[in-house]
Design a protein around this ligand. Structure first.
Ligand code: ADP
Ligand code: MG
Length: 540
């Protein structure tokens, strides 16, 4: 008997969790991720400080940033991080909400599992609830058109509330709405038209919208003009240097005459570069590589404005906005390749000079220049701008909004409970739990603001039972009131997307009853909890 060889279908060093253990372990990991971002939700949410292995610090309130920067290893936890990323990609906001919902759906599913309800019944109920919730969302949405600037601004201000951007949110809202309106084309918005630049000087209130492109570089020589009107712009990807051998290599000359001849020849080549630029009619040069000192000298003499070592992405943006063509070989440069802009000028902010290219041929090229005192502030403001831009773009495309501040979640929860009452069978319980999970949003908004979540939920419930479908918890005055009237408004799409992806990941995790993990060197077997969680807890 024992002469039979065992058959290995898995490598020897594979760990395995089965059935209930696998499920509970996954649910726990997902809940922990939701717990982690929970304290950042809403206007009174706290920031997290993230320190990477190199000691670099990010201070943020942004769900997706937190999860992206953390080194999360557990597979179920990673699936939660994916929701945040999808949410960010699809709508650009609502990441914390999506992750929290998924966590709560799983936590509530655990209660049902304890009651011996089969996971497939739970997933079925959740999917029914998801479908219904989306129908309700449609019914509860208000239409917004492009000319409702007041509503669009409110959407941005809602998105920025509680972020570092809050103090200037009115101005930022104006900038964002103006920018998106300008680039939209029949309701389609391509946000890559808007470049975000950052400048470490002045205060965040100096943040500005520029009709054109800003390059974070100054002119190469102070002998060049500071400002060019009716700019004709050459975009050159190659270096403006002498590339004939000899300029870098060793040269051996035997007489002073030979040396002079050599120098003359080199100067000729460099002068010829400037000649070619001039002949094309260009009065501005953006060069992706270096510009030789001699070339700089002659360009300045010709009154040409030149910038060197421009990033590839900036070159592309310049080509797009000025209508110019990037050329590699100077011999190809003619008038046809030049881009056009009304003004090119250097503007100094403190020590640093930047090149502004304004009034570009393509009017859809815009730059938001964020000012702020430090790198950390600039990055956080940039994230707030991205949220705001994402929200307005979403609303312009989709045309639908709902009240925020937990109002929409309360109304959905109420309607789902009514829907559950019409069902029979055990799915009903799952729909109830889905409804309960939605209350996690208003209750956390209240909790993060130091209010009693149970009191607030009780009041919200009775107001919604009274058909006040826009009753939410306004964190500005801590009152339960009609938050739509108070301008707390969000794109419907944020909520639809959050519900979709939360349901998707929750049901996916519920269906797993077997985890096979090969032992990697770093984790040594079974999936681990998100790393660094212990360290984060003290921050809340
Ligand atoms: P997310 O990553 O999900 O967007 P946020 O931290 O940006 O998370 O918080 C968004 C939540 O804050 C939304 O539910 C929104 O309605 C709510 N909110 C915004 N402004 C207010 C306010 N003044 N009072 C109450 N809730 C608000
Ligand atoms: Mg947000």
């Amino acid at each position: 008997m024992s002469d039979r060889q065992p058959i290995f279908i898995l490598p020897e060093n594979t760990d395995r969790l089965l059935g209930k253990d696998a499920q509970r372990n996954n649910i726990l990991a997902a809940k922990l991720v939701a717990e982690l971002v929970k304290t950042t939700l809403g206007p009174k949410g706290m920031d997290k400080m993230l320190v990477d292995s190199l000691g670099d610090i990010t201070v943020t309130n942004d769900g997706v940033t937190i999860l992206e920067k953390m080194d999360i290893e557990h597979p179920a936890a990673k699936m939660m991080v994916e929701i945040a990323k999808t949410q960010e990609k699809e709508v650009g906001d609502g990441t914390t909400t999506a992750v929290m919902l998924a966590g709560k759906l799983l936590e509530n599913a655990e209660k049902l599992l304890d009651m011996k309800i089969h996971p497939t019944v739970i997933t079925k109920g959740y999917i029914m609830a998801e479908k219904k919730a989306k129908e309700f969302l449609k019914e509860l949405s208000v239409d917004v058109t492009l000319d409702r600037e007041d509503l669009l601004k409110n959407i941005v201000m809602t998105a920025m509330t509680g972020k570092r951007a809050e103090s200037s949110k009115e101005r930022f809202a104006e900038i964002i709405v103006m920018a998106v309106k300008q680039i939209q084309e029949n309701g389609d918005v391509n946000l890559s038209n808007i470049k975000i630049s950052k400048n470490k000087s002045n205060g965040i209130e100096d943040t500005e919208l520029i009709q054109g492109v800003i390059i974070d570089k100054e002119r190469v020589s102070i002998d060049m003009p500071k400002r060019i009107e009716n700019a004709r712009i050459a975009l050159i990807s190659d270096a403006l240097e002498n590339k004939t051998p000899g300029s870098e290599a060793k040269i051996s000359v035997t007489s002073p005459l030979q040396l002079q001849e050599f120098l003359n020849r080199e100067e000729m080549v460099l002068k010829d570069i400037v000649e070619k630029v001039k002949k094309s009619g260009a009065n501005v040069v953006f060069c992706q590589k270096g510009i030789d000192d001699v070339v700089q000298f002659y360009l300045a003499k010709q009154g040409i404005y030149a910038v060197r070592r421009v990033a590839k992405s900036d070159m592309d943006m310049l080509a797009y906005s000025t209508g110019g063509k990037i050329i590699t070989n100077l011999n190809e440069l003619t008038e046809n390749e030049l881009g056009k802009a009304h003004i090119v000028e250097e503007i100094r902010h403190g020590e640093e000079g930047m090149t502004y290219v304004k009034g570009c041929e393509n009017p859809k090229a815009l730059t938001i220049l964020i000012h702020g005192g430090s790198e950390h502030v600039l990055e956080e403001i940039e994230r707030a701008f991205k949220d705001g831009l994402g929200d307005v773009a979403t609303v312009i495309k989709d045309g639908k909004v709902v009240p925020g501040a937990g109002a929409i979640e309360m109304e959905l929860s109420k309607r789902l409970r009514e829907f559950a009452n019409t069902l029979s069978g055990r799915e009903q319980l799952a729909v109830f739990e889905f409804a309960n999970a939605l209350e996690f949003i208003p209750s956390t908004l209240a909790e993060n603001a130091g209010l009693d979540p149970i009191d607030i939920l009780t009041e919200l419930k009775s107001r919604h039972d009274n058909n006040e479908k826009s009753a939410g918890i306004n964190i500005f005055n801590n009152k339960v009131e009609n938050v739509f009237e108070k301008g707390i408004i969000e794109p419907t799409k944020i909520k639809t997307q959050a519900i979709t992806s939360a349901t998707e990941v929750a049901t996916m995790i519920l269906r797993i009853d077997d985890v096979l993990a090969s032992k990697s060197k770093s984790s040594g077997g079974m999936p681990r909890m998100p790393r660094g969680m212990g360290g984060m807890e003290g921050m809340d």
